[in-house]
Design a protein around this ligand. Sequence first.
Ligand SMILES: [Zn+2]
Length: 329
Amino acid sequence: MGGITVRKKYRERSLLEFQKEFSTEEACTQHLRKMRWPDGFTCPRCGHNEAWFISTRKILDCKGCRAKVSLTTGTVFHKTRMPLVKWYWLIYHMAMDKVGVSIAEMQRVLDIRDYKTAWLMAHKVRKAMADRDAGYSLAGLVELDESFFGPKGSKRGRGSERKSTVLCAVSIYRNQRGEERPGFAHMQVVDNASTDTIEDFLQRLGYGSTTPEGKRLLETIRTDGWRSYGKAIKDRNLSHCKVVLKDPKTAGKLLPWVHRVISNAKAVIRGSHRGVSEKHLQSYLSEICYRFNRRFWEKELFDRLVKACISTETITYSDLVKTRNTIMN
Ligand SMILES: [Zn+2]
């Protein structure tokens, strides 16, 4: 009593451990409660910290004021009719499968009647991933490039079969042997690669952010010197950023990590998802970056993703499909 307990926030699990631990709805419910209130429950209404937990209804009943607090309100599981067991298995696979999960496969394995239901569940998890990464800034040296995603043979720019423009940035650090290694990655679907767009992208990556000591976070940007980058950097008076202008043809050698992240993303989208409509491309790219950014915590990924899912509001089917015509993939 009164001592300091050092508790690890996220547990490491193998697949077998996962299967054993989360085979019942009760086990998933108890886990979710612990993830949501790791330091114990506090009533949002009266501040009391004792409650009865009615696990069958996923409700906490405050002993102070008798307020009923739902376990899932304000999370991606809000109002779901799907058992948590199925959610947990989907989350596990989305966290662990490096090449991305196939929704048709998940629908079959989890015995979910509608493809649409499984598809929506996966998109809710992707939203949690994207929201979790949105707060990350890239620091130090950043490789930056653009690429085009879309059906083979389709053209850049406008039209029904258009390719989408994607900006990709990867932060680079040096390991103990002085070799450059990739840190965090960020990809964003944009309308074009104009100077304004690149400036906005840099802003989102943390340009202008400083460390508590007042040091600028983003210091150097390495690009292939392609038109808009140099201008964006000059216009923003990014005096601390040194642009390495090189021949675009040798970009693969000069920007190895950003190119690797892009080609990996293309392989995942072509492979597991069999192509993706332009409207949903950003969600898939966010999912790919989320996993890439956590690749050193592989065994903790499940707990981390559950945490992400309870740290963000859900999204509805109509939110997801409200613009333009949708192809569900
Ligand atoms: Zn209360």
